[in-house]
Design a protein around this ligand. Structure first.
Ligand code: RB5
Length: 146
């Protein structure tokens, strides 16, 4: 899978851990995030990742900030993006299965490295279940048109 990853200044260390984890499993990773010592306002990085996903230049996105909240709010402003801010693996799995989430967000100040790896693994392994969930996702898409 091709994953695009981004982070603000709260997340460079965790981003590197997740990037290495994904690469060790054979995924291609495009890194748009900042490095340790660099600063960026989170909406900027969230938009960059969201546009890559929206334009189908990557299969899924991952964005890390301090809490995961700022980047998820920002990414969800981009049409076609369903960004889920989660802090445990169950919600990561359901975000794909039920919500067809295409971006995963979490907080480097909220989750530790091992938990973050589990969250990412569940998100990537899960698939959208369609059926009644498709109807609900279509209702989300209808809101975008209002
Ligand atoms: C940056 O200090 C922090 O506000 C940001 O990483 C994030 O947590 C915002 O939601």
């Amino acid at each position: 899978m091709h994953i695009v990853i981004g982070n603000d200044h709260a997340g460079p260390k965790l981003k590197e851990v997740i990037k290495e984890h994904l690469q060790s499993k054979g995924h291609e990773v495009s890194d748009l995030g900042v490095k340790e010592g660099e600063k960026i306002d989170y909406p900027i990085i969230a938009k960059e990742v969201a546009l890559k996903v929206r334009n189908k230049e990557a299969d899924l996105g991952i964005i890390i900030c301090g809490t995961g909240i700022g980047v998820s709010i920002s990414a969800n402003k981009v049409k076609g993006i369903r960004a889920a801010c989660v802090s445990e693996p169950y919600s990561a799995k359901l975000a794909r299965e039920h919500n067809d989430a295409n971006i995963l967000c979490f907080g480097a100040r909220v989750v530790g490295e091992e938990l973050a790896k589990m969250i990412v693994d569940e998100f990537i392994a899960a698939s959208f279940l369609g059926d009644r969930h498709q109807r609900r996702v279509d209702l989300i898409k209808a809101i975008e048109e209002e």
